[in-house]
Design a protein around this ligand. Structure first.
Ligand code: NAI
Ligand code: MG
Length: 485
């Protein structure tokens, strides 16, 4: 054989294709964005690149006094220029933010991958385009609220306090900010402590868009800063996305205050594969369902329910497909699975995978070299999982799939619903009638048919049970930010 005879998967490999970072400008430190100005005060902490463990910037933490400044700025803007502005003018600012995001899309995508570890392919092709789409979508609603809720005299709720997680940093900021602005509210928002950088870039965009000072205020910090927003008497509404544990703390502290609340919490989504499913597509859907964004996805298809008759074939094909996934540098355009967001999250994943092995499930991980530095985890599938196993019940929030089987549609429905969560599900079958019948019986806020992890600003998203309440996206996503009669 000569070197010119290429055997598939044997003699050749992808060349590295790193996205360049030389156009990225990061300041050494970032503070807060309050009343239209950057304020650098407060206890410093670091945000790192989880793929290299290198420090990207020092971030200042907002204490109660700083949160108070932000809330007062938001109140003043509400009672001042923003509150009296015609809705069609309000819309123009939101459109302007959307366009500026598009213009700076490449920069935002690279920073998102550096700060949080997600593959550039996803931040470039999924996160940032969806961020712009969300602002465009809600800009369109701003002057049509009377048509959305006829006769209900829709009015803004007031000052919205918003707390977001690290898995889709800028996208979660967009999900929170865009509908709140469209409805005429003002905002105090806190990014997650491991991923504050794209929010600070968004602050620059908001400044460039000429939004009146105080309409959007961004404060940095960890849980204590979030709690200060929740507990401040000047916030009229709280919107939270994050862990069920913190969601419960927030719900408890708001009880009796009359403040409005929406919670978007964890999940343990069932991805159901019937024996008549198109298998090639289903395998891609399984992979996308659990390995997208390293599995740091609240609606991940983390419980695979496979009809027993095709279990062995599905698992065989899935393992083969998993062995082609490329784990490594998030900035490489060939990377499928990037870095785990933090050491804490890596420890949590490792602990739950150990529990899966201890409790008797069978673990498979493809051979692959992990980078020497940074936080990485191999794509993992567990077979022989029972419903009592922790890995079938608890949210792992990592690239770890648990496989269970069923024989009849009724058993699939019962097992899918056997969860404290109720956020998402996927159904794969050739029969439309079966798909709709099963979907109607599953208690989950989002159900995908013959696809998975598809997002659109016009489609409402949210959960039942311990996955939270309230909807984001679509017409439904306006309601949490409006008083209606
Ligand atoms: P977390 O719930 O602690 O963090 C989410 C946000 O809440 C962050 O901005 C954090 O600073 C803030 N926060 C923390 N404590 C707070 C408090 N007492 N009051 C107000 N805000 C507070 O989530 P964490 O610890 O980062 O992740 C733990 C687990 O939570 C993950 O392993 C995953 O299972 C789940 N999670 C779910 C998310 C989702 O999208 N539903 C997102 C992030 C985490
Ligand atoms: Mg970081």
């Amino acid at each position: 054989m000569t070197a010119r005879d290429l055997l598939f998967g044997d003699l050749w490999d992808y060349a590295p294709a790193p996205e360049s970072t030389n156009h990225i400008e990061l300041k050494a430190q970032y503070g807060h964005f309050i009343n239209g100005q950057f304020v650098e005060e407060g206890q410093p902490f670091e945000t790192i690149n989880p793929a290299t463990e290198e420090t990207l910037a020092q971030i200042h933490s907002a204490d109660e006094a700083m949160v108070d400044r932000a809330v007062k700025a938001a109140r003043a803007a509400l009672e001042g220029p923003w509150g009296s502005m015609p809705a069609s003018e309000r819309a123009k600012y939101i459109f302007r933010i959307a366009r500026l995001i598009q213009e700076r899309a490449r920069e935002l995508a690279v920073i998102e991958s550096m700060d949080g570890g997600k593959p550039i392919r996803e931040s470039r092709d999924v996160d940032i385009p969806l961020v712009a789409a969300h602002f465009f979508y809600y800009a369109g609603w701003a002057d049509k609220l009377e048509f959305a809720f006829p006769g209900a005299r829709p009015r803004p709720v007031g000052v919205a306090g918003q707390i977001i997680p690290w898995n889709f940093p800028l996208l979660m900021a967009a999900w929170k900010i865009a509908p709140a602005l469209a409805c005429g509210n003002t905002i105090v928002i806190k990014p997650a402590e491991t991923t504050p950088l794209t929010a600070m870039k968004l602050a620059e965009i908001i400044q460039d868009a000429g939004l009146p000072p105080g309409v959007v205020n961004i404060v940095n910090g960890a849980g204590a800063t979030g709690a200060a927003i929740v507990d401040h008497p000047g916030t009229d509404k709280i919107a939270f996305t994050g862990s069920t544990e913190v969601g419960k703390i927030i719900q408890r502290s708001l009880a009796g205050t009359g403040k409005r609340l929406t919670l978007e919490l964890g999940g343990k989504g069932a991805n159901i594969i019937f024996d008549d499913a198109p298998l090639d597509q289903a395998i891609e859907g399984i992979v996308n369902g659990i390995f997208f964004n390293q599995g740091h996805v609240c609606c991940a298809g983390s419980r695979l329910l496979v009809q027993e008759s095709i279990h062995d074939e599905v698992v065989r094909r899935l393992k083969h497909r998993m062995s082609t996934l490329r784990v490594g540098d998030p900035l490489d355009k060939n990377t499928d699975i990037g870095a785990i967001n933090s050491r804490e999250q890596l420890n949590k994943i490792t602990e739950l995978v150990q529990a899966g092995e201890t409790e008797g499930a069978t673990c498979f991980q493809p051979e692959c070299n992990l980078p020497g530095k940074g936080f990485f985890f191999r794509p993992t599938v567990f077979t022989g999982v029972t419903q009592a196993h922790r890995i079938a019940q608890e949210e792992i929030f990592g690239p770890v799939l648990s496989v269970l089987t069923f024989r009849t549609p009724a058993e699939a429905i019962a097992k899918a619903n056997n969860s404290e969560y109720g956020l998402s599900a996927g159904i794969w079958t050739d029969k439309g009638s079966k798909l709709f019948k099963v979907a109607g019986a599953i208690r989950a806020g989002v159900i995908w048919g013959n696809t998975y992890n598809k997002f659109d600003p016009s489609s409402p998203f949210g959960g039942y049970k311990e996955s939270g309440f309230g909807r984001e996206g679509g017409l439904h996503g306006l309601l949490p930010y409006l008083e209606v009669e």
